[in-house]
Structure formats: C-alpha cells, structure tokens
Design a protein around this ligand. Structure first.
Ligand code: MG
Length: 254
C-alpha cells in the first residue's frame, strides 16, 4: 500500500494510491484506514510531503564505503543527529540552495523509516511493530558548513533540506533494496540497503532509548558512497526499489 498526502482544490488529505488514482482517507493513515469515497486521478492532485513529522532523526556514516569517502572510520555505535521538521518538503517542491551562506550543497540519497506508534525503549526484536512504512529521502547537506561548524545542525537544517516521498510504502521488506541517486539523469549513488552497518531494528532500539518516537517521526538510515554537489537548476532523484522515485529541482533560495 502506498500512502500519500495531497492537496486538491485547497484541501489537504491523506490518500491511498491505486494504479493512477488516489482514494482519499479520513484523518490520518495510522491504524485502520477509513476511505471517504472521494477519488481523484493522481495527475490531478499535488503530492505533498507524505508525513509532517515531529522530528527527523538521521544516522551518519552508516554505509562503510561512505564513511571511507568522508575520510573516517565507520562509527562503532550509530551516530545520530537531527534535522528540523521544517526541513521536510514533498516531491513537488524545490530544494532552495542558500547561496549567501553555502557554496557546497550535496545530495545524500537515503531510505527513510516512518514510525507508526508512540514508543520508547523498543527492543530490536520488536522494532517492526512500531514501523509504519518506508519512503525515499534526501539528506541535503551544506558540506562546507558541516566541516566549518564541527556539528551539523546548520549544515543539515536549512528549510527544504529534507525532501521526502513520493509516498510511504507500507508492507515492504527493507533489508535488501537497491538505492540509487541520479542528478540530471546521471547515476551518482548506487548501492543496496543490505550494506547498512547498523540495520533498521538496531537503529530503532538505539534512538528510542534516547527519545520517545511519535507516529510520523522519520529516521533517515544513512547514505551510501557517491555523495556529491548539487547546483541550481539540477534535478535530483532518489530511487529505491519497491518504494518509488523522489525527484526534486534545485532553485536559488530567495
Ligand atoms: Mg545523511
């Protein structure tokens, strides 16, 4: 099942994508989905970020080859940081390049885990009980600011620096999916989620020991090797097998 959030005629709803149409659901998609009976052609709605999370927790250096390209060892424990909820955008929105502050903005294609239940202290063995679904994400990063600041809040936290979507795929095994990032159609990252150093159950156990997770919260699982720069005018796509393709344009920040 693919869950979207969409705008149509000024109204915002969640919906379920079925072939080329979207069936609206009432309230939120957690628990039993209630269809409203309203249906639109997918081409006639604007897809929004499929979730508005209370927080986005991301994992640094969770693919060995990416840790190596960044000139460091893979951390023994998950390395977590957060991106503000205001960084999240959907597939129809543009990444705003903050040219006054940064001259090096990178893409990082990542698998996003969407939490489905309020939870904390979740043992890895029970992690699947708190997962709602999965999406494509781009952990956009001002690499020059990341190096300069010594911590990552500014570099990772600009508005629009967390594209998410195009939908949430429910009921997929995430343990070995192809993940690719393309810029203007050229493949830049090409790996598999089986290469994650700390797997998803481990990440949920680790993060939920620190903070309560709420329905809709997002965990970005880390990026594979091949990160590189974006320029204004580029089109960047994150493709994950069995989930979908998230495409965003890059524009200059006004
Ligand atoms: Mg990342």
């Amino acid at each position: 099942m693919r869950i979207v959030r969409f705008a149509k005629d000024g109204d915002v709803s969640f919906g379920v994508v079925e072939d080329d149409s979207v069936a609206a659901i009432s309230a939120h998609p957690f628990g039993n989905v209630q269809f409203t009976g309203v249906r639109h052609d997918l081409a006639d709605v604007r897809l929004l970020a499929p979730m508005l999370p209370s927080k986005v927790i991301a994992i640094g250096k969770n693919y060995a080859e990416h840790a190596r390209e960044m000139g460091s060892e893979a951390p023994a424990e998950p390395l977590i940081f957060s991106k503000p909820s205001t960084s999240v955008i959907g597939p129809a929105e543009a990444i705003a390049y903050p040219q006054k502050l940064s001259q090096r903005v990178d893409f990082e294609g990542e698998l996003a885990v969407v939490i489905g239940r309020l939870c904390r202290d979740v043992p890895a063995a029970r992690a699947k009980d708190v997962i709602f679904g999965y999406a494509c994400a781009n952990d956009v990063t001002a690499r020059d600011l990341q190096k300069r600041d010594g911590q990552w809040t500014r570099a990772k936290g600009f508005d629009t620096f967390c594209p998410l979507g195009p939908w949430i795929k429910v009921g997929v095994d995430p343990s070995d999916l192809g993940i690719r990032t393309l810029v203007n159609g050229e493949v830049k990252q090409d790996s598999r989620t089986s290469q994650l150093i700390h797997d998803i159950p481990t990440l949920i156990e680790y993060v939920s020991q620190v903070m309560t997770l709420l329905p809709g919260d997002i965990i970005l699982t880390g990026t594979p090797e091949g990160v590189g720069p974006l320029e204004v005018g580029d089109e960047v796509s994150v493709e994950i097998e069995e989930i979908g393709t998230l495409t965003n344009r890059v524009v200059a920040r006004a």
